[in-house]
Design a binder for this molecule. Structure first.
Ligand code: ZN
Length: 61
């Protein structure tokens, strides 16, 4: 069996937006009730900030 270098796999993409960089969030109306409507709007994924790449958990904050 050949020994291969353990290379780090590339990030599969942001799990929240599936690598699309944007998400479809439900439009909510009302400041207090936050009633959800059937309307959905595209919004920038806050997890990857629109890059579509999974955020790297390493590194200093
Ligand atoms: Zn994302």
């Amino acid at each position: 069996m050949a020994t291969r270098k353990n290379t780090q796999p590339k990030p599969a993409g942001c799990p929240d937006c599936a690598g699309k960089g944007e998400i479809a969030e439900t439009v909510r109306v009302g400041a207090r009730k936050g009633r959800a409507t059937d309307d959905r709007q595209a919004a920038v994924c806050l997890t990857c900030l629109g890059t579509g790449e999974a955020p790297d958990g390493e590194g200093s904050p």
